[in-house]
Each structure stands twice: as structure tokens, then as C-alpha cells.
Design a protein around this ligand. Structure first.
Ligand code: EZ4
Ligand code: CO
Length: 403
């Protein structure tokens, strides 16, 4: 069997997605997600200009060899653009391999290690009562784990990360980034009282998470982790930017609040020290941004050796193709932790017909051969690309900060 064609489909059903579709001379097809939020066309061009011409005529069964060919062959290794492009090819080839075998991809990865994939949802509120109502909605729908984000009621903060009035949270909006104002002292003062209110209302069993979105320094994160210890978080996410992996050692010295990080990681080298030194508890790398199932499996296997569990990123800027692929891996690996899950907009679901389903706090991957997801190209064509950037954040004095 040979790869006979491959094309990149850019579509905006509520938000932008970049999808690779590979076809073989025997009529099988595979899909891979290549969406890099706010930088979509860079990955589309990388695939179109530099990857697809070399794919035609290759044997689709040679997944590892193709991965190595694209990674080593670029000479310029790693980086989110390169690794998202490699991920799209890798994911599509796993989809094809599943169809050739007549098996869902999780069977090719070793079969089930559990009955379902435990997911967490995003609760948020402009006020604590609104937040409690949002959490109650998730509990009523069977969720066992909920991420808690609440607006900070302080004049120093114009826009708190993760809080939105719209039914579907969508941070990428205007073509030129929107600007938010941020104050760490106001945030640190407010958040422990939010968790106190949630625990008081929902008791000890509900698993609670919180995303700092890279806005603290290690010592500030250590203080927050310590302040949140009475509320027994499942994880505190992205407490600090992770370029300096040593920074996490300082957090670790001061708090037993578990730490999750990795949604912006694209390679095992971004987390090698974090995992080897047991500086984190959950690694959040994803299929689409970390080189596909082939490379993500490698990261998760390294994590398993060091008591680190998985918590893959699953926000709405990862398409249903990514979510499908993630669920197959989540089901198969021994050290699965939690899977993030935000429901997509109805128009996104219509563009990406998929067989995974939510039931009582779990997601279940499709039992169809392959990944169990496709792209409806006629439907996709109805939604042309719209430039949309993620916001930026500044401190009160105008200094650029981390959004
Ligand atoms: O801001 O996916 O945990 N989830 C997150 C996300 C990220 C977006 C960035 O594209 O932090 O909401
Ligand atoms: Co996050």
C-alpha cells in the first residue's frame, strides 16, 4: 500500500482547525489534527510546502520510520510548528493502521487498561455563587472532577483567565491580540477563599483542579500551593512557565499540592528533567502538539517510570480528531490520570463526525476501526478561516506578563 494523496483542510466552524487527510492507493483514509491555536497557517504551510511532497508514494504502515524521517529529516528539531505537523502525519497513519487491522487504535496500543477515560470539565464564574452553580451543573451530569476558575474581584485585574460569560469559552478572538491587565497579589489573595467555598458546598470526594496559566514565579506558586493544601486539589496546573525546569524544584520544596504541566510542551525534552526528578505529578502533553501518538506514548512511558501520571490537554482548540486519538491512548496506558474535556460547538461536531461518547463522568472512544473520527469536507468548506489570536497580559504598569 502507498500514500497516494494528502491534503490540508483549514476550517473555522466556531474556531479555526487545521486537519490533514491522507489517502492510500487502496482507498483507505486517515486524519490527523494540526491545529496550533493562533498560529494555524504556519503549520498548514509547513505541511503543504515541506512535508506533503515527501509523503506521496511512502508506505503508510511505516509509522515509526516516517516519524523519524520527519523529525531527523527537518534538521531543525522540535518546536510547536514542526511537532504539530509531524503529529498530524503520525495520527493519520495510526488511523490508517487501525483500519487496515480492523481494530480501534487502542487495541494496537496494547488494549484496554481501564473501563473508561475519566474526564474533568471547566467550571467558572464571575462570582462565587455563579461558580458554585457551574460546578453543580457538572456534578449533576456525573463529572467526578472539575476545574475551578473564578474571576478575581479587584480593580487591578481586567479579565481573569478561564472565566467567560459566553456558553462556550473561547480565548482566541480578535486578529490582533486583546490585552488583559493582571495583578498577582490580587489573585493570590482571592483564590484560597474560592476553594474554601467549593469544598464547603461539595464535600471531599469531588476532584478539584485549578489552572494558573503560567502567571506566577516559583515562590509565588509555592505559596499558592501551600495555601490550597486544606482543599486537597488533584492538581495545580501550569504554576510557572516551564522553560526553566529547575524552577519546579522550588515549588516542590514547599508544598504537597500536586503539580500538572505540559500543555505547551512539544517534545520529551521539554519535560525530561521534570519527570526524571519527580518535580511534577501530571504531564499534560497532547497528541497534536507533542508529535502524535508515537511521541506522546514515549513521553507517557518515561512518566510511568517516575510516578508521573497523564493529564492531556483537551481544550476546544484541539479538534475532535485530537480528542479521539487522546482517548485511545488514555484507555491503553498504565499511568493514565485524567483527561481534560470541553465540549465542542455543535458546528465543530458537524464538521468532525466522531464516535466517542460521554457517559457518567467518562469518555469512551469509538469502537470503529482506526480512530473513529473523520472530517466532512463539504461541511468544512462552509466555514472559511478567520484570523484569531490568543490574548496577551500586562501588569498594571504596562509590563508584558504571561497570558
Ligand atoms: O488556554 O488551549 O487548560 N487549558 C488551557 C487552555 C489554553 C488554550 C490555549 O490555546 O489552559 O484553555
Ligand atoms: Co491549561
Amino acid at each position: 500500500m502507498r500514500i497516494s494523496s494528502a491534503r490540508v483542510i483549514v476550517t473555522c466552524p466556531g474556531r479555526n482547525f487545521v486537519t490533514l487527510k491522507i489517502e492510500t492507493d487502496e482507498g483507505l483514509t486517515g486524519v490527523g489534527d494540526a491545529t496550533l491555536n493562533g498560529r494555524e497557517l504556519a503549520v498548514a504551510a509547513y505541511l503543504n510546502e515541506h512535508v506533503l511532497p515527501a509523503l506521496i508514494g511512502r508506505d503508510p504502515a511505516r509509522i515509526e520510520d516516517t516519524w523519524q524521517y520527519l523529525y531527523r529529516g527537518a534538521y531543525w528539531r522540535r518546536g510547536p510548528v514542526t511537532m504539530s505537523a509531524i503529529a498530524a502525519v503520525d495520527t493519520a497513519l495510526w488511523d490508517i493502521k487501525g483500519k487496515v487491522a480492523g481494530l480501534p487504535v487502542y487495541q494496537l496500543l496494547g488494549g484496554r487498561s481501564r473501563d473508561g477515560v475519566t474526564v474533568y470539565g471547566h467550571a467558572n464564574g464571575a462570582t462565587v455563587p455563579e461558580l458554585l452553580e457551574s460546578v453543580a451543573g457538572f456534578v449533576a451530569r456525573g463529572y467526578r472532577a472539575v476545574r475551578i476558575q473564578a474571576a478575581v474581584p479587584a480593580s487591578e485585574i481586567s479579565d481573569t483567565y478561564g472565566v467567560s460569560a459566553a456558553p462556550i469559552y473561547e480565548p482566541a478572538s480578535s486578529a490582533i491580540p486583546a490585552e488583559a491587565v493582571w495583578s498577582t497579589p490580587a489573585y493570590l489573595h482571592h483564590i484560597p477563599s474560592v476553594f474554601a467555598a467549593v469544598r464547603a458546598e461539595f464535600g471531599p470526594a469531588l476532584r478539584l483542579l485549578h489552572d494558573v496559566h503560567h502567571r506566577l514565579t516559583p515562590i509565588e506558586a509555592a505559596r499558592l500551593g501551600r495555601a490550597l493544601e486544606p482543599y486537597a486539589l488533584t492538581w495545580l496546573e501550569d504554576p510557572v512557565p516551564a522553560e526553566l525546569q529547575d524552577g519546579f524544584r522550588l515549588i516542590r520544596q514547599h508544598t504537597t499540592t500536586p503539580i500538572a504541566v505540559g500543555e505547551v510542551f512539544n517534545s520529551i525534552w521539554d519535560c525530561e528533567q521534570l519527570i526524571r526528578e519527580q518535580l511534577i505529578d501530571y504531564v499534560r502533553a497532547t497528541v497534536v502538539h507533542a508529535g502524535g501518538l508515537t511521541h506522546l506514548r514515549r513521553i507517557f512511558d518515561l512518566a510511568a517510570l517516575h510516578h508521573v501520571r497523564t493529564g492531556s490537554h483537551g481544550a476546544t482548540d484541539l479538534s475532535p480528531v485530537s480528542m479521539s486519538a487522546a482517548l485511545h491512548l488514555d484507555l491503553a496506558i498504565p499511568n493514565f490520570g485524567l483527561q481534560e474535556y470541553m465540549a465542542h460547538a455543535p458546528e465543530t461536531d458537524a464538521v468532525f463526525p466522531h464516535g466517542y461518547r460521554y457517559e457518567g463522568g467518562y469518555l469512551h472512544p469509538s469502537e470503529e476501526p482506526g480512530l473513529g473520527v473523520d472530517i466532512d469536507e463539504d461541511e468544512a468548506a462552509r466555514y472559511p478561516y478567520r484570523a484569531a489570536s490568543l490574548p496577551v497580559a500586562r501588569l498594571e504598569d504596562g509590563t508584558m506578563h504571561n497570558w
